[in-house]
Design a protein around this ligand. Structure first.
Ligand SMILES: [Zn+2]
Length: 254
């Protein structure tokens, strides 16, 4: 079940998706990305959990539109373990890492498998359950995602896309449930598009550097000249990630 928070914006698309998955025997549940601190959103996903045992909360990465609600967890789920890569978010359990399995019910099928997909941020994970990939911000329901700087890494991101493509080809998942936007029924197409889009941008940045651009702002003026002013800060961040990829980040931008 997907519950969308009412926090639409240029970076969140229609809002953050919180997912509530239930165990096969329907007695327990897990929440993926509790989302922004908004009372009505909390009520909405807790209503979905209903009287089931909330066995786990999983965070796909650190950004506030996914994690902020954890700030009030003492009030709504004080005993529930929180699984996250970063120590500061993990609660009543160790930080998670690639390959970990998060159980949320009595059946062996009631498990989320952690796939480390760093890039958007270094702590980004995706989760596989029942043929679906819960991708956080690594893959979005529309457009492409940003590689943040300095939390993220373009090299890691490209490797993560390759890894997801391999897992898809191996039949590990067939659909993608992103943290923003709608379900993706054509994952191969989308992953390949993300990859070619990133490589195309890398070529454009290379060309801009060859034309003499030397700061993130100058590169941004050339490569992202057509973006809406509301996403200019995001464009500058991704340019910094691209320059870091080329080892061409001027000290002033680091
Ligand atoms: Zn994010």
């Amino acid at each position: 079940m997907r519950i969308r928070a009412n926090n639409p914006g240029p970076m969140t698309l229609t809002g953050t998706n919180t997912y509530v998955l239930t165990s096969q025997d329907d007695t327990s549940a897990v929440v993926i990305d509790p989302g922004p601190e908004m009372a009505e959103h909390r009520q909405a996903f807790l209503a979905e959990v209903a009287d089931r045992d909330l066995a786990a909360i999983v965070l796909t990465h650190q950004h506030a539109d996914h994690s902020e609600m954890l700030g009030s967890i003492e009030q709504w789920a004080p005993e529930v373990p929180v699984y996250a890569v970063l120590e500061r978010f993990a609660r009543h359990t160790e930080p998670v890492a690639d390959g970990d399995e998060i159980a949320f019910g009595p059946s062996p099928a009631d498990v989320l498998r952690v796939v480390a997909t760093p890039g958007h941020t270094s702590d980004s994970i995706s989760l596989i359950h029942a043929g679906a990939l819960y991708s956080g911000d690594t893959i979005l329901g529309e457009g492409t995602t940003i590689v943040t700087h300095p939390e993220g890494s373009l090299r890691d991101y490209l490797n993560s896309l390759d890894r997801l493509r391999e897992l898809l080809d191996a039949g590990e998942f067939a659909i993608i449930e992103p943290a923003h936007g709608e379900r993706i029924d054509t994952p191969a197409e989308v992953i390949d598009y993300y990859r070619s889009h990133r490589l195309e941008r890398i070529e454009q940045v290379k060309a801009a550097l060859e034309q003499g651009a030397s700061t993130a702002s100058e590169v941004c003026d050339i490569v992202y000249h057509d973006v809406d002013p509301s996403v200019r800060p995001a464009a500058e961040q991704i340019v910094k990630a691209q320059l870091a990829y080329f080892d061409a980040l001027p000290a002033a931008d680091a």
